[in-house]
Design a protein around this ligand. Structure first.
Ligand SMILES: [Zn+2]
Length: 417
């Protein structure tokens, strides 16, 4: 399925917006060879054999990065999703993946569910979708955020470990979590995800539950560090966030209820946050309709109402924020709405940076994705208009994108219209 090597291309006549500055940058040219950007210059690039692409004064941006997705979440009823046959989950994941790429997300980090097989199917071109960074199954304790069994379901707790439709797996105790991390790493996980706090979509864990003991969290971090990677944790409450940072967790998901003091502490320790406000807005509006259980609907406002304030708190504390969405099932088409939500309280270029350079930093892929620079993958989008002035240009289903390129391959092109 691998396509032939893309031709050499020269991009000109555009304004660059990459989130590094409050204003677009004019007068650049970009040379692409194969899957990489090879030259970015302020003067005309000599490339007589290159195919010249005139972007017509539009905005060139690095391909977007979403650091918190679940591509196997084909419905908001995650317990039901975990029981679906793998083939059906994979089939239903394909339009989810394609939709993300069409919205301009050329790289996404899956924080629970997607496995090496899905990742490879995308890399080999069988599935059309973003470059996938995976953690395999998220780790959850019994009764934690990935335990969907509820009060009266006594099934063996390992039933979901090997199901594609399950976001996570259950493990309890220091040696069990150690083994679970090693199994996920062996299976191709590039980082480790842990559910360290109660959650909305799970039946038996109120938001303020602390999940896993300190010793378990430290063991998970130790094993991830041994494998030269990091831990991402599902977190809402200040107490849970502080405890996770103390244990060495680097990627702090959600963070809706964080205080200024803990945000400063997290920043000092080199942690980064990944808020996902759009999911609570959509769950509030559509969750019940799309399968979210009533006990989960009742928990949404516990985290939703603090969302915008948490962004301001984290910015003032110097805690870097990457772009995340965490959408489930039919709600995936709202993936780009997070830009507009954040721009209510944050400067537009910082919101864009969350999905470019800051996201790349969180993924430890700086210089490879999230930038227009020599050596980076030729992952880019071209926008009709300036998203720094109107963030809605990034929303919808890629409606305002005139070009999407991933690894030098043209995914979409309507420059001539
Ligand atoms: Zn999530």
């Amino acid at each position: 399925m691998t396509e032939r090597t893309p031709p050499t291309r020269l991009l000109k006549n555009f304004r660059l917006v990459d989130g590094s500055a409050a204003e677009p940058r004019d007068g650049l040219q970009v040379l692409i060879e194969g899957d990489r950007i090879v030259q970015v210059a302020e003067t005309a690039i000599e490339a007589p054999h290159a195919e010249v692409i005139d972007l017509g004064g539009r905005t060139l941006m690095p391909g977007l990065i979403d650091c918190h997705v679940h591509v196997i979440a084909t419905t908001a009823d995650l317990g039901a999703n975990a029981l679906l046959p793998d083939a059906l989950v994979a089939a239903r994941a394909t339009p989810i993946l394609k939709g993300m790429l069409e919205r301009g997300f050329t790289t996404v980090r899956d924080v629970g569910g997607a496995d090496r097989a899905i990742q490879q199917a995308v890399a080999e071109g069988y599935f059309v979708g973003p470059r996938l960074v995976i953690c395999g199954k998220a780790l959850s304790q019994t009764g934690g955020h990935n335990d969907y069994r509820g009060f009266f379901d006594e099934r063996d707790d390992q039933y979901q470990t090997r199901r594609l439709g399950s976001m996570g797996r259950i493990c309890d105790g220091v040696e069990a979590v150690r083994r679970a991390v090693r199994q996920e790493i062996k299976g191709g996980a590039q980082f480790i995800k842990v559910m360290a706090n109660g959650g909305v979509s799970s039946p038996s864990d109120p938001i303020d539950f602390l999940s896993f003991s300190r010793a378990e969290l430290e063991t998970i971090v130790e094993e991830a560090s041994n494998a030269q990677t990091y831990v991402s944790a599902h977190l809402y409450t200040d107490e849970a966030i502080r405890r996770a940072v103390e244990a060495g967790v680097r990627s702090l998901e959600h963070c809706n209820l964080i205080t200024a003091e803990t945000a400063r502490f997290a920043a000092e320790r080199g942690a980064m946050a990944c808020p996902t406000l759009v999911t609570y807005e959509r769950l509030k509006l559509e969750g019940a309709e799309y399968g979210l259980k009533p006990e989960s609907v009742a928990k949404i406002d516990d985290v939703r109402l603090a969302g915008l304030e948490s962004l301001v708190t984290m910015r003032e504390a110097g805690l870097e924020m990457a772009y995340g969405t965490d959408l489930l099932g039919e709600m995936h088409p709202h993936q780009s709405d997070e830009f507009v939500i954040r721009a209510q309280v944050l400067p537009p270029h910082e919101v864009i940076r969350s999905a470019t350079a800051t996201a790349a930093k969180l993924l430890r892929m700086e210089g490879e994705v999230g930038c227009i620079a020599p050596g980076a993958y030729a992952d880019l989008i071209v926008v009709d208009g300036n998203p720094l002035e109107d963030m809605r240009l990034l929303t919808g289903q890629g409606d305002h994108l005139a070009l999407i390129m991933q690894g030098g391959r043209v995914i979409k092109e309507r420059l001539s219209r």
